[in-house]
Design a protein around this ligand. Structure first.
Ligand code: NA7
Length: 547
């Protein structure tokens, strides 16, 4: 049902154009707009793309799909929406998620408050007026009481500075900027650089139509079969009958998913019992094997090795050529310490005659010529190049906007040594700014829509509190922010995840401070902390009236 705004009032008694300006129209921005409009706040969403979707608008590469099961990868704010929408597969593909978000936009008439094809260039806090002044790429300048970033954690895509790329005569694309009309690989010699979650999804699909596919791999990855399949009516009905229960349960879990780690150690059971459990979860597919495992999997290297070696054996059983098999076998990091990919026939793809794995660890890429990619030892003639080379995660998209708080301080400067946030939601010196799934919150270590809805609700409640008490400015206190940032680091420190290079730590971006910025304390505990902060009158924030 559309929400009526006819009776809505810009009740904040402000001279600003808007109550709230939201940046981004993906899952976060749409959810935020829905909740704010429902409460009567004048809101405008600014979106760079020409339609809604965010991550699912940009990432149209072949094989793109969600690694969370469809029944939990959705909004839970509206029962009728939950009842009406029918997911077709266990793991929804990109076009289906995009259709879902377009459906949400239509159903709640959200597009009328979204400005498309427009970027936010800068946002500066006007201390005298207590509002944000935002400059848009279309020349508009807007003022708003509050600014909410809904820019996504993985939206600033990264192309490594390969020498000669500008000379390449063939077609090339980054997976996160895939053409809407698709790409035809038929009869082409295609090179894919990158074997993270994205490359692992794209490679099997590209291999089906390319004349020859060269996969340039620097680091082999543990990948788990998704075992995606069509959802039956019976399964869908079962899920629909229990939506509320599912939701009320997963919001208190570690990941916002229907997984539960086993208490104790992987060594509490015999080798045979453990193997049988791993085998059953492997056959189930998806993250079950990673996130139904024992709690010490991510803190005890020996426990981790029990699962890592299990997956290595599976790779060995699948890949026929001994040299390729060895190159595809990860040995340099514990399993799950980098973002674990899910796949559909990834390792099987390397048994095809038209696929060649190239190890660019031992012989790095040195340049791209007009017609080829050159490593330190060989030259690979190519017609097309695909960059599945990842993102400047968590802060990249925020730093692309010139965000300035009190005293003209740039967010980029304040966070030069790593993000400093209170709850991942706010930063001292940047009043009335909220960062949905910002650094310091569970974000990428959780089922994103669940974390997004929690932030959206928390921010909406906070604005209601402010309005109810006639308050104009909310700002994180430095002590609260310091303590929270320390806590985020302390929770991550004992885990194996801080001991390897990964985009979780920013290691993929040259010069980026190496910090683990996602909160590993779990979605449920994090939610409780945020709620307690609100219940205590927004403890750790300074709230003040205008003037
Ligand atoms: P990732 O996980 O950051 O993967 C990027 C891949 O690109 C990874 O295999 C990198 O190798 C590789 N890469 C990056 N730079 C180079 C150079 N210079 N040479 C060779 N190979 C390179 O990004 P994804 O898009 O796959 O996944 C991001 C997230 O999106 C995903 O986890 C989901 O949450 C959604 P490396 O491992 O660094 O050796």
């Amino acid at each position: 049902m559309p929400i009526s705004t006819s009776s809505a009032v810009a009740s904040m008694n402000s001279l600003a154009d808007l109550d709230v300006l939201v940046i981004g129209a993906g899952f976060s921005g749409l959810g935020m707009l829905y909740q704010l409009r429902k409460r009567g706040y004048t809101t405008r969403v600014i979106e760079a793309g020409d339609d809604v979707g965010g991550t699912w608008y940009w990432n149209r590469y072949p094989g793109a799909r969600c690694d969370s099961p469809s029944e939990v990868y959705c909004y839970f704010f509206d029962d009728q929406l939950l009842r009406d929408w029918n997911w077709s597969r266990r793991y929804p593909v990109q076009p289906e998620i995009l259709r879902y978000l377009q459906h949400v936009a239509e159903r709640f008439e959200l597009r009328r408050d979204i400005t498309f094809d427009t970027r936010v260039l800068s946002a500066h806090f006007d201390e005298a007026a207590h509002h944000w002044v935002t400059q848009l790429s279309n020349g508009e300048r807007l003022t708003s009481r509050y600014l909410v970033t809904a820019v996504g954690c993985l939206s600033d895509y990264e192309i490594p500075a390969f020498k000669g790329l500008e000379r390449f005569q063939g077609e090339w694309h980054h997976t996160a900027r895939w053409p809407k009309d698709g790409v035809d690989f038929t009869g082409k010699r295609v090179g894919v650089i990158g074997t993270g979650s994205t490359g692992i999804q794209a490679i099997p699909v590209i291999a089906e139509s390319a004349a020859h596919l060269y996969v340039f791999q620097r680091t082999p990855n543990y990948s788990i079969p998704a075992r995606d399949r069509v959802m039956t009516d019976a399964e869908r009905n079962e899920v629909k009958a229990h939506y509320r229960e599912i939701h009320d349960n997963i919001i208190h879990t570690t990941l916002g998913q229907r997984y539960a780690m086993k208490a104790g150690s992987a060594f509490d059971v015999s080798d045979a019992e453990r193997e049988a459990i791993y085998e059953a979860d492997w056959q189930k597919g998806g993250f079950a094997i990673m996130f139904n495992a024992w709690e010490d999997l991510y803190t005890n290297a020996a426990a981790n090795e029990t699962l890592a070696s299990f997956v290595r054996r599976k790779i060995a059983e699948t890949v026929k050529d001994p040299k390729t098999r060895e190159l595809l076998t990860p040995r340099d990091h514990p399993i799950g310490t980098k973002r674990p990919p899910l796949d559909t026939r990834y390792f099987e793809t390397f048994n095809r005659d038209n696929v060649t794995l190239v190890d660019v660890r031992s012989a790095p890429i040195v340049e791209i010529t007009e017609t080829s990619l050159r490593t330190s030892t060989d030259d690979y003639p190519l017609d097309m190049l695909v960059f599945a080379t990842g993102f400047d995660a968590m802060t990249g998209a925020l730093f692309n906007i010139d965000i300035r708080g009190r005293g003209g301080m740039a967010l980029k400067d304040k966070w030069a040594d790593g993000p400093l946030t209170y709850l991942g939601l706010a930063s001292h010196g940047f009043p009335n700014l909220f960062t949905i799934t910002g650094p310091g919150s569970p974000s990428v270590l959780s089922n994103m829509p669940i974390s997004i809805e929690q932030h959206v609700e928390w921010i909406s409640d906070c604005l209601e509190y402010m309005r109810g008490k006639d308050l104009a400015v909310i700002e994180a206190e430095p002590d609260a922010e310091e303590a929270w940032t320390r806590h985020v680091g302390e929770v991550a420190a004992p885990t194996l995840m801080t001991q390897v290079e990964s985009w979780y730590l920013g290691s993929n971006i040259p010069g980026k401070p190496r910090r683990f910025v996602s909160y590993l304390g779990g979605v449920g505990p994090y939610r409780d902390i945020c709620q307690q902060v609100a219940d205590d009158g927004y403890r750790g924030f300074t709230l003040s009236k205008a003037g």
